[in-house]
Each structure stands twice: as C-alpha cells, then as structure tokens.
Design a protein around this ligand. Structure first.
Ligand code: SF4
Ligand code: SF4
Length: 346
C-alpha cells in the first residue's frame, strides 16, 4: 500500500549528501580473509516484532550507497523482503524509508507498494541523522526510543538493505554468507571504493596499498561523526561495519569551516590550538534532538561535568553534528561522552 509521507523531517540535522557528495569507483574488488571467514547469523528476536523498518536512506556520503545492494532490481529486493516477512514476522507491518531524491528506486518502490498491503513507503529527506534508530522510529512510527536502546524491546526491528539480502541468502536459500560490501573513502586514500570483504579480514589487509603514502592519517569505522576511531589495524571486519573512512590528519584547526564546504567535510583533528566557545549557537541549531550542546561544554570547562546531566544529556544520540559544525572545533561529542560516563562510574 502506498502511504507515502513527504516532507517528514526533524529539527536540526544536516544534509551531508548534498554538501559533500562522494563518488565511488564502481569496480568492486573482493578481498578474502587469511583465516577461516566468520559467517553471518540471523537471530530472530525474542520479542514479538510488530514493525519492520527497512532503511534505504543512508544519510552519510561515506556510507554504503543503495545502488550496491539494489543493483537496479528494487522489485526483486522487495520480493525477498516479502518472503522474509511472511516466514518470520507474519503479523508485522513493513515500512520502507527511502531517500526521496533517489528517483529510480523511489519510483520502483512506489510502483510495488500500489499492490502491496503489507508495506508502507516513507520517502524522506536524507538529512543526517535521519537514519539513526531514535529518529527513524520517531519519524516512521512516532515511537520514542532511548539512545542505545535495543529497538526490538519495543517491537521494532530495523534492517538495512544488506542485512535483508543476507537473511534471504542464509535463511531462505540456505547459503552461507561470509562476506559483505563495505565503502572505503576519505582524504587519506588513493581513491574511494566499494569492496566485498570476507568477515574476519583485518583492516590492515584491507587498507594495504590503498592509503596515500605521505602524511599521517586517522581511520574510522562507520563514519567520522558517530563511528569509532581505530588505532589497532589488526581489528577484524564484522557484520556491523558498513564503511571505513581514512582521513589525512590536520595539525591545525580550520577557522569557520562552515564557510568553506570543502574544509567542513571532516575537520576531525584533535590537534591544534585551543579555542573558545563564541556563543554562535550553531550547535543548538543543528542538534537533531533539540539539545544545547554548548551547555555541556560550559559545564565541563567549569569542572562541573555532573551539571551537564541537568540539560537532558541522556537524550543525546551521539551523532557528532555539534562537533562537526562548531566554528571553534570544540570536541563537543567527546565532552558529552565523558559527562555521560559519570553515570556508568557510579
Ligand atoms: S552529538 Fe548529541 S548534542 Fe551533539 S548534535 Fe548530536 S544529539 Fe545533539
Ligand atoms: S557551535 Fe561551538 S562556538 Fe558555537 S555555541 Fe556551540 S560550542 Fe560554542
């Protein structure tokens, strides 16, 4: 059934896809593991699933793009999804959240939905972090989730396109799935690529001969805004890794990076001179869950980390946009994580 809702949005956020478009080489190299590859396993949630949301709306330029998985065969993909739903979640409703600017798959999904009562289509603005579980659950289902909460505890299962295909291959066809597609990008690499890598392969092997030879670099998995920085490249690839970003390290901070979009991309440098908060409120404006990140910074600076919790700290979804936009390049997300960690230390 077509129940498209246009113009669904949320306050704040940032359109990274339009401001920093990335192109990937479309030759996909396969990389094998040195050891016995791990295999994908799907565990049906213990809780009853009432809603299955399929996220076809990546909002980060460095995330794995839809075309890699859909291969211009969106109807075939939806047929597989229908089989999965029928077998494992017969009473659930499916929702497809798709970037409304991706003309071809949007049109294919809409055509399919006209005769598919079991699914609804949500064509949404691909504004980061629209696809975060907290935001997605709110926008699609109007259900409030806490950051870090297992969504299945509220009867909601969120799947990305690659996981749908892996469930189909493994559970419906009985094939072993031991590899996945990963997007590689960033200023520290010779080119942006998609690879198909066996699970259990080390990052070191993946990045060998791909990193530019000169300069220092930093490596992130699942994006430089909210992903993790990796310093030990012996770390192995697992199913949770969607992308790897390698950035050339900067040793100075860029003043007012938002006025130079090429420099706004990823000024994630930790080095550089200390700056002050200039009370510009850019961080307030961009925060997708309506927080005032500068308040955490000022509590922290005064040595009163515990006071940060007075300002709804737990609502923060750790998207990293406040650090990204801050003209003083203050490490706001890092500060937020330190303040949150006070609760865990108790
Ligand atoms: S990291 Fe937290 S405070 Fe900063 S913009 Fe994202 S949700 Fe808001
Ligand atoms: S964006 Fe940075 S400088 Fe501006 S108010 Fe927030 S913390 Fe202060």
């Amino acid at each position: 059934m077509l129940k498209e809702k246009e113009n669904i949005g949320f306050k704040g956020g940032f359109n990274l896809l339009d401001t920093h478009p990335l192109r990937f080489c479309n030759i996909i190299e396969r990389i094998s593991s040195d050891g016995i590859p791990e295999v994908f396993k799907f565990r049906v949630p213990d809780q009853k699933i009432q809603h299955v949301i399929v996220n076809l709306c990546p909002t980060e330029p460095w995330a794995l793009p839809n075309w890699v998985i859909l291969e211009h065969k969106t109807a075939a993909f939806l047929n597989k999804l229908k089989e999965i739903k029928t077998r494992y979640f017969p009473e659930a409703k499916c929702y497809i959240a798709i970037n409304k600017k991706e003309d071809e798959p949007v049109s294919a999904v809409k055509d399919y939905a006209c005769n598919a009562e079991w699914m609804k289509v949500f064509a949404v603005d691909a504004k980061y972090p629209q696809d975060d579980p907290v935001i997605l659950s709110k926008v699609v289902l109007d259900i409030e989730m806490d950051f870090g909460q297992d969504t299945t505890t509220q009867g909601v299962l969120i799947l990305d396109a690659q996981t749908v295909l892996a469930i189909y291959e493994n559970c419906m066809l009985g094939n072993k799935v031991d590899s996945r597609f990963i997007a590689l990008s960033g200023t520290g690499l010779k080119e942006n690529e998609i690879i198909n890598v066996q699970l259990g392969t080390s990052l070191e092997k993946i990045l060998r001969n791909r990193i530019k030879e000169s300069g220092k670099y930093r490596v992130f998995v699942n994006g430089p805004l909210h992903g993790r920085e990796i310093t030990d490249l012996s770390q192995k690839m697992d199913w949770s890794i969607n992308n790897v970003v390698v950035l050339e390290e900067l040793d100075q901070k860029v003043m007012f990076p938002m006025f130079k979009s090429d420099e706004l991309v990823l000024t994630t440098n930790m080095l550089g001179e200390l700056r002050r908060c200039v009370y510009c409120n850019f961080c307030d404006d961009i925060c997708p869950v309506d927080l005032e990140p500068a308040l955490y910074y000022h509590s922290y600076k005064r040595g009163e980390k515990h006071k940060a919790r007075l300002y709804n700290l737990a609502k923060c979804i750790e998207c990293g946009l406040c650090s990204f936009i801050c003209p003083s390049k203050l490490e706001l997300l890092q500060i937020i994580k330190e303040c949150k960690a006070l609760d865990k230390q108790k």
